[in-house]
Write a protein that binds this ligand. Structure first.
Ligand code: B12
Ligand code: SF4
Ligand code: SF4
Length: 373
């Protein structure tokens, strides 16, 4: 067995589903793509903006000569069937945090590469490193770029998390795979916000995945499009024919969904205890609670009125503002009364605006209540 094959055998042994090899040569062919993204402001607030570092692996690891690209299927892959009052977690974030899973597996693999093959692992990276994980994976041939921007692999589709180990030795690189989208454009058609503005072109600011994670104010139009998403968005992957596979991939883990009202009631310590090993915990409790408020507003969930009113009267400015919006959609008499009361007390200009908008939208209903008195 040649060295490259042995590397892959070890990768599968520690639990990776995909493994490919590429050189540590810079990705200069992407320079223009990255510059253009910054110019058009399509780039994400979560991207490393030091472009030379993104393009050249040797700026992070000067001795590197090869990159071992790795892919792991994100469990559970069974689709979530949501009950009323539940919010949706995208597949990449279900189960145990993929950052922890991949890091641990890469550490085990690094030990084996060193001890059994006398190779020299230098750095292990998953998600938060400067390199473009998808570009590494594509060049190492573990999948190809779909028009939805995701890396699609033969057999596992795009339900894969990506990582990489930079090593000192020169290994024989794999060949990239050919793109296989053909004339399909299902993902472009399905994207709810139009964030996919063309094949391989994502305006991150419009992407619902980014909106579930951002700390910026979410415009009202996009709040509606978020539906019951609490973390991430899977739409452009769910419609992809390459993800429509069956077989032995259905996880035995329970399907994962978030009970929206319980999330609103959660204390900080409860949150830490319950979600400490979840990928979606990294943004913190407030952001997930904000998303739960939006989901409850979209569901027009009357049974959440009491909890939303207590947030409207609470100390957190962000949660007060979104609760006002959600109560305005729920439109129950108690919601409107609470909004009116809150307007008299509220000092924050943004929250005031949210309350006024919520009441404005409900002018007719307000008049109806006043007439009944
Ligand atoms: C910032 C970020 C985001 C941002 C921006 C996403 C984006 N598309 O750029 C937001 C928050 C929106 C996001 C969302 C998601 N993300 Co994200 N994200 C990242 C992160 C940290 C950086 C991505 C990046 O560098 N983008 C910059 C652009 C330039 O890179 P690119 O998308 O690869 O763009 C390439 C194409 O446009 C291509 N290209 C341009 N023109 C052409 C033309 C042709 C013909 C071809 C073939 C290619 C091509 O060249 C570009 C450069 O390679 C990476 C981790 C990492 N460090 O790499 C994870 C990562 C990309 N995310 C990941 C995941 C799972 C997601 C979500 C699916 C999560 C979810 N369910 O909500 C969504 C998918 C949204 C989407 N359609 O892309 C996985 C991808 C796994 C996979 N199978 O591809 C990664 C790799 C994390 C990981 N380590 O597993 N993410
Ligand atoms: S993740 Fe959702 S919003 Fe983002 S590009 Fe895909 S379908 Fe569009
Ligand atoms: S939905 Fe169609 S166009 Fe989009 S990534 Fe999948 S195969 Fe490609």
């Amino acid at each position: 067995m040649n060295l490259e094959k042995k590397v892959k055998e070890l990768a599968y042994q520690v639990g990776f589903d995909l493994c490919g090899i590429t050189t540590a040569e810079p990705f200069y062919n992407l320079q223009q793509v990255l510059e253009q993204r910054v110019q058009t402001r399509f780039h994400s607030e979560f991207e490393e903006l030091n472009l030379p570092k993104r393009l050249n692996p040797r700026l992070s690891s000067p001795e590197a000569n090869s990159i071992i690209a790795l892919g792991k299927v994100c469990p559970p892959v069974a689709p979530v069937k949501l009950a009323r009052g539940q919010g949706k977690i995208a597949r990449f974030a279900r189960g145990r945090d993929y950052h922890l899973e991949l890091r641990e597996a890469m550490d085990r693999l690094s030990c084996l590469l060193q001890n059994q093959l006398s190779l020299t692992p230098l750095t292990t990276i998953v998600d938060t490193g400067p390199l473009i994980d998808r570009a590494v994976a594509a060049r190492a041939g573990i999948g190809w770029y779909g028009k939805n921007c995701s890396i699609i692999s033969q057999g596992y589709g795009s339900w894969i998390a990506l990582g990489q180990i930079l090593i000192k030795e020169k290994l024989k690189p794999d060949k990239p795979q050919k793109e296989q989208c053909g004339s399909c454009d299902k993902c472009l058609q399905a994207c709810p916000t139009g964030a996919l503005q063309g094949p391989y072109q994502l305006n991150s600011n419009l992407c619902l995945s980014q909106l579930t994670q951002t700390k910026s104010i979410i415009p009202k139009k996009y709040r509606l499009m978020l539906g019951t998403r609490i973390y991430g968005c899977d739409t452009c992957q769910e419609v992809c024919p390459y993800n429509n596979f069956s077989g032995n991939l259905v996880s035995e883990q329970e399907e994962e969904a978030i009970d929206l009202i319980s999330l609103l009631r959660m204390s900080n310590s409860e949150f830490r205890r319950k979600y400490k090993d979840k990928a979606y915990a990294w943004r913190g409790k407030n952001i997930l609670q904000r998303n739960a408020i939006i989901a409850l507003g979209n569901l027009k969930e009357k049974s959440a009125s009491k909890d939303l009113i207590s947030l409207l009267n609470g100390p957190n400015t962000m949660l007060r503002g979104y609760s006002a919006w959600a109560l305005g959609r729920i439109k129950s008499p108690e919601a409107l009364e609470a909004l009116e009361r809150a307007l008299k007390e509220e000092d924050d200009p943004w929250v005031r605006e949210e309350i006024e908008d919520a009441l404005k939208d409900n002018k007719q209903l307000k008049a109806l209540i006043n007439n009944k008195r």
